[in-house]
Design a protein around this ligand. Structure first.
Ligand code: GLO
Ligand code: MG
Length: 435
């Protein structure tokens, strides 16, 4: 242990009644929920970038945090890794996630950046073996460096496309070496600032080519993890091509990648796209592309991606309900792509943020499991759709009836459907019983 978190003890489960702010009230890793340990349901991950690389800046102000590794070279990057693994151990999280740019200083050349990434991966490999902490996913930062200002895979300059390919390969190699469960692509600059300078169709083809190469490379090296695309509608660009789950699915279908790629859905990105998080989860599950989640909320008023720790148990309940109904996480998990507020300058604030987030998720998971075990809600849905089990309804659904045949039957039988209540208020009350 370094002395960064001096005086802070490993966080333990003390139950809902505890008043200890550095204890879990709901996250109890070994508690069995629907036949599975809570830790194995939730698969929590700490995001390296927000917790260790972010400096507390905002568009109007610079760094507020003081961290001993800021402004340093490779030695500082190693200190950062030591502190990161201290936090993982204090929290008892099973996973972490990182971008290349979070963990190593940028080199003078591509080769230098790559060898620095490899050197930090050596450090990680050792620490992972010592602590048992695993990698939920690796990813490349293809947005921060100014070379990507006009896009990474979608850049008008093919040399930037090539640089992107090389960067992704280096990150996939490291993710594979560290036994990562997934590899994520978030297209922060894959979009446009103005359509006036943009050939949209050309850029989509470029993006698809990159993703196809990623999938080919995954199979070539025998990476067993899942390739995940993370939808987001805008910010930093005016428009991002991975707008939302529906858009990503259409893109994957068009380029024949729908069986190879799944989605990493982020709460705040769903908000920005004008959806609820559970909408995105339910749609991904229905389309068979649900993969993993970034569990961080946005401020309801500010209208931008504030990446706050979750703290609303009703929202996490609905989210985990859909995740449980989708069969739970396969290779995915719950990544906190969440950062402290810039006034939260103390190391202990990293603990408060994660403890609150983990407890809010655990509470949501328990409530979602209770909804499923109770069965009233699922029974309501079954009842609402049950007439579709009838022979004539099935014939319509399977395509055994034409528009004319159905029209003739409606006329002949004098069909005049009665109104049925949607029972929204009843359902809202029902869900609230469990939260
Ligand atoms: C930004 C995204 C970003 C991604 C990360 C993983 O809005 O949420 O943090 O999650 O780059 O690819
Ligand atoms: Mg994210």
């Amino acid at each position: 242990m370094t002395d960064f978190f001096k005086g802070i003890e490993p966080v333990k489960y003390e139950g809902p009644e505890t008043t200890n702010p550095l204890a879990y009230r709901h996250y109890n890793p070994d508690e069995v929920i629907l036949g599975k340990r809570m830790e194995d349901h939730l698969r929590f991950a700490v995001a390296y970038w927000h917790s260790f690389a972010w400096e507390g800046t905002d568009p109007f102000g610079g760094r507020t945090f003081e961290r001993p590794w800021f402004d340093g070279g490779m030695d500082a990057a190693t200190v950062k890794a030591d502190v990161a693994f201290d936090l993982f151990a204090l929290l008892g999280v099973p996973f972490f996630c990182f971008h290349d740019a979070d963990v190593r200083p940028e080199g003078e050349s591509f080769a230098e950046s790559k060898s620095r990434l490899d050197a930090i991966a050596d450090v990680f490999e050792k620490k992972m073996a010592e602590t048992g902490v695993k990698l939920l996913w690796g990813t490349a930062n293809l947005s921060s460096n100014r070379r990507f200002m006009s896009g990474a895979a979608t850049n008008p300059d093919p040399d930037v496309f090539a640089y992107t390919a090389a960067t992704i390969k280096a990150n996939m190699d490291v993710t594979m070496r560290l036994g990562g469960a997934n590899y994520v692509l978030w297209g922060g600059r894959e979009g446009y600032e103005t359509l006036l300078n943009t050939r949209l169709g050309q850029e989509l083809d470029q993006m698809a080519r990159m993703l196809s190469m990623v999938v080919d490379y995954k199979h070539k090296i025998g990476f067993k993890g899942t390739i995940l695309v993370e939808p987001k509608p805008q910010e930093p660009t005016k428009h991002q091509y991975d707008y939302d789950v529906a858009t990503v699915y259409g893109f994957l279908r068009r380029y024949g990648l729908e069986d190879e790629v799944k989605v990493n859905i982020e709460v705040g990105h769903a908000f920005l796209a004008g959806h609820t998080f559970e909408h995105e989860l339910a749609l991904a599950a229905a389309l068979g592309i649900f993969g993993s989640i970034d569990m961080n909320r946005n401020d309801y008023q500010s209208g931008w991606d504030t990446d706050q720790f979750p703290n609303n148990a009703q929202e996490t309940t609905l989210a985990y309900y859909h995740i449980l109904k989708a069969g739970g996480f396969g290779t995915g998990g719950t990544n906190f792509d969440s950062k402290l507020r810039r006034q939260s300058v103390d190391p202990v604030d990293l603990l408060h943020g994660h403890i609150g987030g983990m407890d809010t998720c655990a509470r949501g998971l328990k409530a979602a499991a209770a909804i499923i075990e109770d069965g009233t809600y699922d029974a309501f849905l079954n009842e609402r759709y049950k007439d579709w089990q009838g022979a004539e309804a099935q014939a319509m659904l399977k395509g055994d009836r034409s528009l004319e045949e159905i029209a003739a039957r409606v006329e002949h039988e004098g069909i005049n459907p009665p109104l049925r209540s949607g029972r929204q208020e009843f359902l809202e009350n029902l869900i609230n019983r469990f939260v």
